[in-house]
Design a binder for this molecule. Structure first.
Ligand SMILES: Nc1ncnc2c1ncn2[C@@H]1O[C@H](COP(=O)(O)OP(=O)(O)OP(=O)(O)O)[C@@H](O)[C@H]1O
Ligand SMILES: [Mg+2]
Length: 339
């Protein structure tokens, strides 16, 4: 059966579309396509610019060959507030009436201006006392409305909207996996997501992305953007390439990400009842930076792997045409698998 809803990830450098067909236990990648995001992307407020983005979405959806026009969309993580809170062990009904009052203490925005969602992450076993963990997700209504309009202007029907962290957790982990730190390196930012048992426990958005890395190379070697991108893609942070000159330019920027990973691990030790995070999954376009995994391993002492949301997919059709690109499509694949 084809999932009749496809995933649409409106990244700040690339728009991605993914459709997944599920047949029994088999998952088949039935469509995947991408196109550059017109300048500004979702960041812009100018109607003319937004029109360019919706035209680009229409074109990539058309070229992808997806069947329907219903889509799930992700909200850029830096615009969303996500907090894990502890509450007394309540019934669903009690929780739904208590949550707004509780959320007010944790969400740094007026509740009337946000769409608030919550999810019980863990509860004490039946008959046991203790607190339960609840994940709060607050998205500003202004941002939500922008996505709703963009999807409508792209002649699509919006099925659901969720944070990038939820899409990534679904795409790259299963409930039985060991806890993991997902590091998603996009163009404008880097998202850190702590995931345990398939649940998001913590998120952090760092404003170091692929753009910043390219700009640093442009400035250091006095070259244009296209050539700087090539340098970045070819030499990355490999110490033995070009005498380590490119690596030395990129490392100080990646250190910002490393420090945030270390802080997230510190948070997990203090607030997540000693959950041990022993592995990092890198994804997003920036995850292909040569030498990145080795660099993060050295700096964090965790095991690092490249995330592949298509790992357990059938090796047939579309997937054979774009080998190794799963990481780039992680958010869109997670969205396509939302049920
Ligand atoms: N081989 C590579 N080495 C290094 N960087 C790469 C490579 N391939 C792609 N990138 C970088 O990945 C970035 C694009 O990744 P991606 O499509 O995940 O970002 P995005 O989703 O559009 O951005 P954001 O998530 O910040 O909105 C670009 O900055 C690009 O330079
Ligand atoms: Mg992205």
């Amino acid at each position: 059966m084809a999932n009749d809803v496809f995933g649409l990830d409106i990244g700040r450098s690339f728009i991605k579309v993914v459709e997944v067909k599920v047949s029994g236990k088999k998952k088949i990648l039935s469509a995947a396509a991408n196109a550059p995001t017109p300048a500004g992307g979702i960041q812009t407020d100018a109607p003319m610019e937004m029109k360019k983005v919706s035209e680009a979405i229409k074109a990539v959806v058309r070229s992808s060959g997806v069947k329907g026009n219903k889509c799930n969309v992700s909200i850029v993580e830096s615009q969303v507030v996500t907090r894990l809170i502890q509450m007394p062990n309540l019934t669903d009904k009690e929780l739904s009436s208590a949550i707004n009052w509780e959320a007010d203490q944790y969400i740094p925005l007026p509740l009337k201006d946000v769409n608030l969602q919550y999810q019980v992450v863990s509860k004490p076993a039946l008959g046991k006392s203790g607190m339960m963990d609840v994940l709060l997700v607050a998205a500003p209504k202004r941002i939500v409305e922008k996505y709703v309009k963009l999807v409508r202007d792209s002649d699509l029907n919006l099925s659901a909207m969720e944070t990038e962290s939820s899409s990534l957790a679904r795409a790259l982990t299963t409930p039985s996996d060991l806890p993991a730190v997902i590091v998603s390196l996009g163009a404008a930012s880097c998202e850190l997501v702590l995931v345990k048992g398939g649940n998001v426990l913590f998120t952090r958005s760092v404003s170091t992305g692929g753009y910043a890395l390219t700009r640093a190379v442009m400035a250091e070697f006095n070259m244009g953007q296209v050539q700087a991108e090539q340098y970045k893609h070819t030499y990355g942070v490999l110490p033995d390439q070009l005498g380590g000159k490119v690596a030395n330019v990129l490392k100080p920027l990646l250190e910002v990400v490393v420090l945030e990973i270390l802080k997230a691990l510190e948070y997990s030790r203090n607030h997540l009842q000693g959950t041990v995070f022993s592995r990092i999954i890198v994804c997003g376009g920036g995850a292909y930076l040569p030498g990145l995994s080795e660099y993060l391993t050295t700096r964090t002492s965790l095991e690092v792997s490249l995330g592949d949301p298509w790992l357990n997919f059938e090796k047939e059709g579309v997937i054979l045409k774009i080998p190794g690109q799963g990481s780039f499509y992680s958010v869109a694949t997670g969205l396509a698998q939302r049920v």
